[in-house]
Design a protein. Structure first.
Length: 161
C-alpha cells in the first residue's frame, strides 16, 4: 500500500524482505557521512525490526520505491507537535543524482499535508550540499544554524504547508 507518492517515487511500509537493501543504505559510509556512523549488518537488522514493530503514529520511516518497484531509499516523518513534523530522507548511493532525494522529500511533504500538518522541518549538516539543494528547491527557509556536539554546523530549516 502506498503511503504517499510524487512523480516516480512512492513510500510504503518497510518489510523484513527489505533487509539487504536497508543494510546497503545504512551500512554505506558515504550515505551516512552527515548522519552518523555506518551500521554493521546486525545493527541494520535490529534497526529495521524496530521500525517494522513501531506502532506509533507520530514516528514513521517508510521505504521509497521508484516506479520499477526498486528500493531507492527511505523517508522519515516524525511529528514533533500537533501541527508540525520533521522530515528526513536517505538514498542508496547507486541512485544519487537521479532526483530521488527531492521526490522522497516531496512525498513526505505531501503526507504531512494529508495529515493536515501546518509545517515541516528539516535539519541538515551545512556541508551536505545535496540536501541543501533539495531544501532550497522545495522553498524551505533557514531558521537557524547551530554547532552540534561534534563541532559540525547544522542548519534548521522550515516550510509552511
Amino acid at each position: 500500500m502506498k503511503i504517499a507518492y510524487h512523480t516516480s517515487v512512492s513510500l510504503r511500509k518497510l518489510k523484513k524482505s527489505d533487509l539487504e537493501r536497508y543494510y546497503q543504505l545504512v551500512g554505506d559510509e558515504a550515505v551516512m557521512e552527515y548522519i552518523g556512523p555506518a551500521y554493521n549488518f546486525q545493527e541494520a537488522e535490529n534497526e529495521l525490526n524496530r521500525i517494522i514493530d513501531n506502532n506509533r503514529s507520530d514516528f514513521n520511516i517508510w521505504a521509497a520505491e521508484n516506479d520499477l518497484k526498486e528500493f531507492v531509499g527511505i523517508g522519515l516523518l516524525q511529528q514533533e507537535h500537533e501541527t508540525s513534523a520533521n522530515i528526513g530522507y536517505r538514498v542508496l548511493r547507486k541512485y544519487w543524482g537521479n532526483g530521488y532525494g527531492l521526490q522522497i522529500a516531496q512525498c513526505l511533504i505531501n503526507k504531512a499535508a494529508q495529515d493536515e500538518l501546518l509545517a515541516v522541518f528539516a535539519e541538515v549538516d551545512m556541508k551536505n550540499t545535496a540536501s541543501l539543494r533539495i531544501l532550497e528547491e522545495l522553498y524551505f527557509e533557514e531558521i537557524n544554524i547551530r554547532t552540534n556536539d561534534l563541532g559540525n554546523e547544522i542548519g534548521d530549516f522550515g516550510l509552511a504547508l
